[in-house]
Design a protein around this ligand. Structure first.
Ligand SMILES: Nc1nc2c(ncn2[C@@H]2O[C@H](COP(=O)(O)OP(=O)(O)OP(=O)(O)O)[C@@H](O)[C@H]2O)c(=O)[nH]1
Length: 367
């Protein structure tokens, strides 16, 4: 084996489980190890890429607007791998953060098929949201299959469940995995060594069974053409596109951008009454005069909702940028509701911010 080969680790896990949080932890704690990151967003606004530490420097690249698992050909991924793996970049390990709806085994196939001599497949890390685990498995039995091919499973959000619940999830995950290490964590704080200082690669490829690799659910035709793979806002069905069994076939995304600030009251009314199917919301909100100093990063995962205020950067464009991902959601109606939250009122509605501040986390909870 070529000693210079750079391991490429796939970081997977269902929507909102904490992949970006874990990647940021790795980037902060990697010590002397230089990590290259490829971030794959499902929506057309690349929120994940924006929130990755170091942002789009030369060691982070972003592949937006669709699940990487359904890329018609792997050329874009290959191009990024070439860029990060060239010896001059000095990168020791590459982490691909898959979208929360990607099929990890498809990514592994793409990596194994890569002819790039500088890289080698380095295993799958699956992140699980301990608080949402049972409900997610119920809706998406495919999750069990994803866990079955993992090399390391991080049962994340341990802080959101009781010790008993956490043990329960660890037990179920342990039963579903083959030889994977299973650890629990909060805010993706895993021992960095676990991911970066890996066993020889040959041992790990063995964890994907021959069946996993042979059973090819990818569209081999002349393009996927289905909306969950690349376009926002339209419904599509699994049978249209040959991706039966892929999680993303059941989901649609809406990307919303506004230069006009959003009113805190109407936005909170919308969020507090969001439909069950609207599972994931992420992005940044400009509340305009209601709080001119801060932009509000927002995350909804199931019924979980948090805002994270942060001062606007000097000269930063005051924009609201949101990606909303759900199943069975009336996307045009949702878009209209969001448009109706725009408020160009010149007065500051500070009391209106109280509804938002209820969902701001204590700052030390995540440090
Ligand atoms: N309470 C709690 N919240 C967490 C933890 N890890 C992540 N979060 C929060 O969960 C939300 C989603 O986290 P992300 O890291 O963006 O999740 P993701 O898997 O990258 O999301 P997608 O890319 O949309 O699938 C954010 O609000 C995080 O701050 C944790 O261990 N505990």
């Amino acid at each position: 084996m070529n000693k210079q080969q750079i391991p490429v680790v796939v970081l997977a896990g269902f929507l909102g489980s904490g992949k970006t949080t874990l990647l940021n932890h790795l980037l902060h704690r990697s010590g002397g190890t230089r990590i290259g990151a490829i971030v794959n967003d499902f929506g057309s606004i690349e929120i994940d890429a924006m929130s990755v530490a170091g942002q789009l420097g030369d060691s982070t690249v972003s592949l937006g607007n669709g699940c990487l698992c359904c890329a018609v050909d792997a050329s874009e991924l290959d191009e990024y791998l070439d860029r990060l793996a060239r010896p001059a970049a000095g990168i020791d390990v590459i982490v691909i953060e898959a979208s929360g709806l990607a099929e990890p085994q498809e990514l592994v196939k793409m990596l194994l098929a890569s002819e790039n001599p500088h890289i080698v497949y380095g295993g799958i890390v699956e992140v699980v949201d301990a608080a949402e685990f049972d409900a997610t498995r119920e809706r998406h039995p495919e999750v069990d299959r994803h866990l079955g091919i993992a090399d390391l499973v991080v049962v994340n959000k341990a802080d959101r469940v009781s010790d008993e619940e956490r043990e329960g999830v660890l037990g179920v995950v342990g039963g579903l995995t083959d030889r994977a290490a299973v650890v629990s964590a909060s805010y993706g704080r895993v021992d960095v060594e676990m991911l970066l200082d890996r066993k020889p690669v040959g041992e790990r490829i063995g964890q994907l069974s021959f069946e996993d690799l042979r059973e090819d659910t990818r569209d081999e035709g002349d393009g996927c053409g289905h909306d969950g793979c690349g376009h926002d806002g339209n419904a599509h069905s699994a049978s249209d596109c040959g991706h039966e069994g892929h999680l993303h076939t059941a989901y649609e995304s809406l990307s919303f951008v506004s230069e006009v600030p959003l009113g805190p009251r109407p936005l909170m009314a919308l969020l507090d009454s969001r439909p069950e199917g609207l599972y994931r919301i992420k992005g940044y909100v400009d509340f305009g005069p209601a709080d001119p100093r801060n932009r509000y990063e927002v995350h909804a995962v199931g019924r979980f909702l948090r805002f994270y205020p942060e001062p606007w950067g000097p000269g930063e464009a005051r924009l609201t940028q949101l990606v909303l991902i759900g199943s069975g959601v009336d996307v045009p109606a949702l878009e209209k509701e969001l448009e109706a939250c725009r408020e160009d009122a010149p007065h500051a509605d500070e009391q209106g911010m109280w509804g938002v501040l209820r969902y701001v986390q204590e700052p030390d909870a995540e440090s």
